[in-house]
Ligand binder design. Sequence first.
Ligand code: PGA
Length: 253
Amino acid sequence: MAKRQFLIVGNWKMYPQTRKEASTIFGKLAPRGRTFGRARVVVALPYPYLALFRRTKTIALGAQDVFWVPEGSFTGEVSGPMLRSFNVRYVIIGHSERRIHLGETDDMVAKKLQYALSARLRPIVCVGETKRDADGAFFAILKRQVESAFAKVRRREARRAIIAYEPVWAIGSGRPAHPKDAAEAALFIKKILADRYGVGIVRKILVLYGGSVDAQNAAAFLAEREIGGLLVGRGSRKPKEFLEIIKCVRSVS
Ligand code: PGA
């Protein structure tokens, strides 16, 4: 069987405060000639920093949000063509912090997903429950989030979407999900998409895990076959830690 490939995404969120600090971190991640083997690495940066760095052969650039039309009177928003003109390939959509602090709804997430795909970006759609109950009601939340995000997406385009399973309670808490539970959620997400688009989609679609990933636990998530990579917040802003996380792909078969 072909060796698995992984996608490791760093989400810098609204850090660091200065361009100088951003350059230092990026510089440590991407010295000339560095390769990451079976890991495709993306860093999702605050908008101003996207203009600062060039994607390298091994590190692709990602944004943390995108609006749903190419241009217009939408103060403060940024569009797909703008991102593409800075060589941005990936975009995070519907992160729980945007859902919580900026009131982003399932409907907005759906518009952004559909638009990002049509703008030839690779969207990373975040879904995840706020709490885990013993009865498994969180499965219904995941189902609603996934179904509504993909409501208007056609099969051919759906294949290019990436989904990040990020339980909200695990983000920034130092309490990651159990890798088996994350794998179960990833399988469940694939099942929802298979019901909608046919089982063929399962081989194409990538589901990442995110929420308190660090160099100690990354390998255990990657070892789960349903998990195609990681979305890393805090750990991605510490170059040494992020490089250790990326290195974990080597130990996974
Ligand atoms: P964390 O964040 O790794 O700091 O928990 C993950 C995320 O919010 O994407």
